[in-house]
Ligand binder design. Structure first.
Ligand code: M6R
Length: 617
């Protein structure tokens, strides 16, 4: 998804901007560009392709400006091309803009601006923004003002009043050479405070190496950023103070630290990430507690339904969350895909608790789904990895996975931390509700505490996984089978494989196979089975036997002693409570997807067509 960087200070802006864009590459993009203020004019350097290509553009080395904005674009309106890349300027090259998000009414605005004599050179929605700013600067109510700074801020405000959709915007102009103006709605933007310099970014990691002090811009909030000051304004341009946040992430944690890829690094970080997620939320023999939330027995007793809403991997974490919550709390729990939930007119009211899971906390569908639940009177609880992310600012309660920055597009450590956190949340609720046997809760706590060392054990020996990946990486199709929580994790294994290896794969509840999908099984097709629930071993084995009989090649991921072994590969993982076994069984599947993609020579961290943070609908 598009990324934004901005710099204003005393150093040359270009290297800082390009470096920031490189840090944002993980979000997925197809073009990149920067604009700097050079002796009273805007210089734009942009093209389709990689950020590093910017260094090959004529004249980039001559840029001296100390004020600049930058962007990586992920095409929505118009193909990847130089013309469609950001920054965009108005017809007179007086205002340069970068924009994340989507302007839904851009065609109407183009028609309006065309009628006023403006011309368009790109197919983007964004190009209307600098031209609208130009229009209002010279024709709006602010055009009579003498102070260019006030005039530009006023023109930006008038321009965004015309926009329908989502945006995070940076604006520079030689008419205000000492300021960058920013504003956001439904698309993230942070401002990093430095000494005699300030930074702007759509994502904290882009500027984390320069500062740990951040202002997190709210929806409909404007900021005027200069070298030594940052001023904040509401949507009527009333100035207000804002609290700075210290973001305690280690800048090195956002680097690869000797691993070939971020994804591999993040897979291997799972023991640490899980330890951080557990943190001090519980210890054996003591009741679980959260620093960040306090929920009463009276409230929980009144909850008659829980909704878990999320997208992609986060939704898969939610599926396991449902099983844990229902088992421990006896509250019916529904899991929904955010993009479906928001248009389904879901049956929710004051007695529904809606839990939203999002690693980034910026997923447009998840945020919209959360807002909908609030409108309907439900209480909302956000689970996110990013402190201060949009979803956590909207929700009634927020809890964090503390897994550290996840850079690779394919989510790995976020998934395991999300499942751990929901398990802890379920324990917390169960202890309040007292509907579940204390011994069951205590045993689950022990199993949660043991998880990091069990994950380490799996990561200690990955040879069989590599060997399997080498055997199957040329395949076109694969199948994942499981029952119960093993089915939930089969869905996640299949998603991982698809997104980074581009191998078509399907996950099925093993018992459902004979109702249709078994028709796809033929000689030599690869089937991965997951068997971790002792109550379901026999059932799962008979289902997998059905594919063995039809000639499938099988890999079984299990923590059980299997009665027969006519499977081609078996990966043994440590035993744990079946409720949380997806946290262990997912590890081999993440590694299978990773090694298959490596054997295919693919870019593991930046798979085609995908973005890390999906901030558009
Ligand atoms: O940031 P979020 O957790 O809201 O992201 C949700 C999905 O876009 C994300 O999990 C996606 O499915 C990943 N690429 C999966 O690896």
């Amino acid at each position: 998804m598009c990324g934004i960087v901005g710099y204003i200070g005393t150093k040359k802006a270009t290297p800082i901007l390009v470096d920031g864009l490189l840090c944002l590459e993980y979000r997925g993009y197809d073009s990149a560009g920067i604009a700097t203020l050079e002796k009273n004019e805007i210089k734009v350097m942009k093209d389709k392709g990689r950020v590093n290509n910017l260094y090959n553009l004529d004249g980039i080395n001559t840029l001296e400006g100390t004020v600049g904005i930058a962007h990586t674009r992920w095409a929505t309106h118009g193909k990847p091309s130089k013309e469609n890349s950001h920054p965009h300027t108005d017809n007179s090259n007086t205002f340069a803009v970068v924009h994340n998000g989507i302007i839904e009414n851009y065609l109407d605005l183009r028609t309006f601006l065309s009628s006023k004599g403006y011309t368009f050179f790109s197919q983007t929605d964004t190009e209307v923004i600098p031209n609208l700013i130009h229009y209002y600067f010279y024709n709006g109510s602010v055009s009579v003002l003498n102070d260019n700074k006030e005039k530009l801020l006023g023109a930006v405000k008038l321009a965004i009043q015309d926009l329908k959709g989502s945006y995070a915007i940076e604006v520079i102009s030689p008419l205000c050479p000492n300021e960058i103006i920013v504003v956001r709605k439904d698309s993230p933007l942070v401002i990093g405070k430095g000494e005699n310099e300030n930074y702007i970014a759509s994502d904290i990691p882009a500027i984390l190496k320069y500062t740990k002090n951040f202002y997190l811009l709210d929806d409909n909030e404007f900021a005027v950023v200069s070298t030594n000051t940052i001023s904040f304004f509401d949507n009527t341009l009333e100035e207000h103070n804002k609290t700075i946040k210290n973001i305690d992430w280690d800048a090195n944690a956002a680097g690869k630290e000797g691993f070939d890829d971020y994804m591999l690094k993040e897979i291997f970080e799972q023991p640490t990430a899980i330890r951080e997620t557990i943190g001090s939320r519980f210890s054996l023999g003591e009741k679980c507690s959260f620093d960040d939330i306090e929920i009463s027995k009276e409230y929980l007793n009144n909850v008659n339904k829980i909704y878990i809403v999320a997208c992609g991997t986060a939704m898969h974490a939610g599926l396991t969350g449902k099983t844990i919550l229902e088992n421990l709390c006896q509250i019916p729990t529904v899991v929904d895909i955010a993009s479906e939930f928001r248009y389904r007119n879901p049956l929710i009211d004051e007695q529904t608790l809606c839990i939203y899971i999002s690693q980034s906390g910026e997923t447009a569908d998840t945020i919209a789904a959360l807002k909908l639940a609030k409108q309907k009177g439900a209480k909302t609880l956000a689970i996110s990895n990013v402190i201060g992310s949009s979803i956590t600012r909207e929700a009634d309660y927020s809890i964090y996975t503390h897994a550290g920055p996840e850079i690779a597009v394919a989510s790995t450590k976020a998934y395991s931390s999300q499942v751990v956190l929901i398990a802890i949340l379920a324990v917390y609720f169960a202890e309040i509700l007292e509907r579940c046997d204390k011994k069951i809760i205590e045993r689950l706590k022990e199993d949660i505490i043991d998880l990091p060392s069990k994950v380490e054990k799996i990561l200690d020996d990955t040879e069989i996984i590599k060997e399997f990946a080498k055997k199957v990486y040329t395949e076109k199709d694969m199948f994942f089978l499981g029952r119960g929580t093993d089915y939930n994790v089969a869905l996640e294994g299949s998603l991982k494989l698809k997104e980074i290896s581009y191998i078509h794969s399907e996950a099925y509840a093993a018992g459902e196979l004979k109702h249709g999908p078994i028709a796809l099984i033929e000689n030599d097709v690869t089937v991965i089975g997951i068997i971790t629930d002792s109550n379901l071993v026999e059932k799962s084995i008979s289902n997998i036997q059905e594919v063995v009989t039809r000639g499938a090649k099988t890999l079984i991921i299990t923590n059980q002693i299997l009665p027969n072994s006519n499977f081609d590969f078996i990966i043994n993982i440590p035993k744990t409570n079946f409720l949380i076994s997806p946290i262990l069984s997912v590890i081999p599947m993440q590694l299978i997807a990773y090694y298959i993609a490596k054997f295919k020579g693919l870019d593991v961290d930046k798979p085609r067509n995908l973005a890390k943070s999906v901030t558009v609908e």
